[in-house]
Design a protein around this ligand. Structure first.
Ligand SMILES: *Cc1c(COP(=O)(O)O)cnc(C)c1O
Length: 412
C-alpha cells in the first residue's frame, strides 16, 4: 500500500479528505454527490495504487519470467486473496475476475446453457436490474427452460409465500439481488437460498448493490454464486468478480476461449486450465483487479459496521426531511433498506427535478434505473433516486432538501 489508511473512529470530515473529487465544484456550487448506487467515488488510496501500477510495474501477468511480470502477477493474485478473505470464500480459486456484475452474470448464464433442459425452470425476482433479467431470458430462449418471477408488494418486498409456490423439483436456478438498486430494499436472501436448496436448485445472488454497505459471508450464506462490480465499492470501473462454489465452477464449461484459459492446445484437442484461469481468457484488467483489492482494503479500514450504522443515520435523516415536501412519495418503504431513496413529487417529471438539482451542483439519478419492471409495477415512467455513501453528510442532505424544495416550487 502506498498510503496506509486507517480510521480508528468514524469521522466523516476526515474521510471526505480521502476523496479528491468531493472538493470540486459543479455549476459554480460545491458538488453534492448522491448517485452512489450508480457508481461510487474513488479514494486517493485507490488512485495511488492505479498510478503506482502504471508508473512502476505495468506488465502482463502469468506469462513472463521477468521481474515486472512477477510483481504484477503477485499483486494480482494478492488482490484475489483479498477478495477471497473479504467474502469469506473457502478457496482463492473460487474467485474469478470479470469485467463486472454484468459479465459475471452472463458467464454463469452461458454455462447453464449446457446444463438446462426444456421444461426446467429458473426463478428471478421482480426487483432485478436488467442485467440480471436479460441474460436469463436469453438462456431460456436457448434451452427451452421457463422463466418464473417472484412478485413484489407495494412496499417493494418480495412475496416469499409466492416464491415458495413457484419452487419445485423443476427449479434449477434461483436468481435474486441482495439489495435492489432502484429501491434500496435488502432482500431476505438467507431464506431464499435455504428454500431453493431444499429443492436442489442453485442460487446466484447479484451483490452489486450490497457490497458498498454490507460485508457478505458466502460460506455462511451457503450461496452458489455471488457477483459484484468493483466500481460500486470505491474501486475502478471495468472490473468485478464472480464467486462460485468450486464444484459449480468445475461443472460449468469455459465462457470464452483464448490465451490464459488453456492447459494444452493442439488442432485436434484443447484442454482447459484449472480454476480460476479456466474462466479468465485473455489479458485481464490487471490494474483494475489490483485496485479492486485496494478498494476492499480501504473500505475495511473504515469498517463495515461503522459504515452501516452511519448510513442508517443518513437514511433516517434524509427520509424524514424528504417527507416535509408535500406530495412527495417514496417507493419501497421497509425497515430493511440501505441508504437509497427513490421518490417522485406529485406529477412532476423526475428528469425536470434532476436537471434543476444539477444546476445546484447536486447529482441524483433520474429514470428507470435499469429496472423497468419495477417502474411498471408502480405505474411510473421513472423516479428520482438519491443514494448515499459513508462520505455523505447531513449538511449535504440539508442542501439537497433546500434545492429540491426550490425545484418543486419552480415546477409546480
Ligand atoms: C450496477 C448494478 C448491476 C450492473 O453492474 P455493472 O457494473 O454495470 O455490470 C447489476 N445489478 C445491480 C443490482 C446493480 O446495482
Amino acid at each position: 500500500m502506498t498510503k496506509k489508511t486507517s480510521h480508528t473512529k468514524f469521522n466523516v470530515s476526515e474521510i471526505r479528505k480521502d476523496f479528491p473529487i468531493l472538493s470540486r465544484e459543479v455549476n459554480g456550487k460545491p458538488l453534492i454527490y448522491l448517485d452512489n448506487a450508480a457508481t461510487s467515488q474513488t479514494p486517493q488510496h485507490v488512485i495511488d495504487v492505479i498510478v503506482d501500477y502504471y508508473s512502476k510495474y505495468n506488465s502482463n501477468i502469468h506469462r513472463g519470467v521477468h521481474t515486472l511480470s512477477q510483481e504484477a502477477t503477485d499483486k494480482y493474485e494478492q488482490a484475489r486473496q483479498t477478495i477471497q478473505k473479504h467474502f469469506n470464500a473457502k478457496h482463492a480459486n473460487e474467485i474469478i475476475f470479470t469485467s463486472g456484475t454484468t459479465h459475471s452474470i452472463n458467464l454463469v448464464a452461458s454455462g447453464f446453457a449446457s446444463i438446462l433442459k426444456p421444461k426446467d425452470e429458473i426463478i428471478v425476482s421482480a426487483l432485478e436490474h436488467h442485467s440480471n433479467i436479460v441474460p436469463w431470458q436469453m438462456l431460456c430462449d436457448k434451452t427451452g427452460a421457463t422463466l418464473k418471477v417472484i412478485p413484489m408488494n407495494d412496499n417493494g418486498e418480495l412475496e416469499i409465500d409466492s416464491y415458495k409456490s413457484l419452487l419445485s423439483s423443476k427449479t434449477k436456478l434461483v436468481i435474486v439481488n441482495h439489495v435492489s438498486n432502484a429501491l434500496g430494499i435488502i432482500n431476505p436472501i438467507e431464506t431464499i437460498i435455504k428454500l431453493a436448496h431444499h429443492f436442489g436448485a442453485a442460487v446466484l445472488i447479484d451483490g452489486a448493490q450490497s457490497i458498498p454497505h454490507i460485508k457478505p459471508d458466502v460460506q455462511a450464506l451457503d450461496v452458489d454464486f455471488y457477483v459484484a462490480s468493483a466500481h460500486k465499492m470505491c474501486g475502478p470501473t471495468g472490473v468485478g468478480m464472480l464467486y462460485g462454489k468450486e464444484e459449480w465452477l468445475n461443472k460449468l464449461p469455459p465462457y470464452q476461449g483464448g490465451g490464459e484459459m488453456i492447459a494444452e492446445v493442439t488442432f485436434e484437442k484443447t484442454t482447459y486450465a484449472e480454476l480460476p484461469h479456466k474462466f479468465e481468457a485473455g489479458t485481464p484488467n490487471i490494474c483494475g483487479g489490483i485496485a479492486f483489492g485496494a478498494a476492499i482494503d480501504y473500505m475495511n479500514s473504515i469498517g463495515f459496521e461503522a459504515i452501516e450504522s452511519y448510513e442508517k443515520e443518513l437514511l433516517h435523516y434524509a427520509t424524514i426531511r424528504l417527507l416535509e415536501i408535500e406530495g412527495l412519495h417514496i417507493y419501497g418503504e421497509t425497515s430493511q433498506k440501505t441508504a437509497v431513496i427513490s421518490f417522485n413529487v406529485g406529477s412532476i417529471h423526475p428528469y425536470d427535478l434532476g436537471s434543476i438539482l444539477d444546476k445546484l451542483g447536486i447529482a441524483v439519478r433520474t429514470g428507470h434505473h435499469c429496472t423497468q419492471p419495477i417502474m411498471d409495477f408502480y405505474n411510473v415512467p421513472g423516479t428520482v433516486r438519491a443514494s448515499f455513501a459513508f462520505y455523505n453528510t447531513k449538511e449535504e442532505i440539508d442542501i439537497f432538501i433546500d434545492g429540491l424544495k426550490k425545484a418543486v416550487m419552480m415546477l409546480s
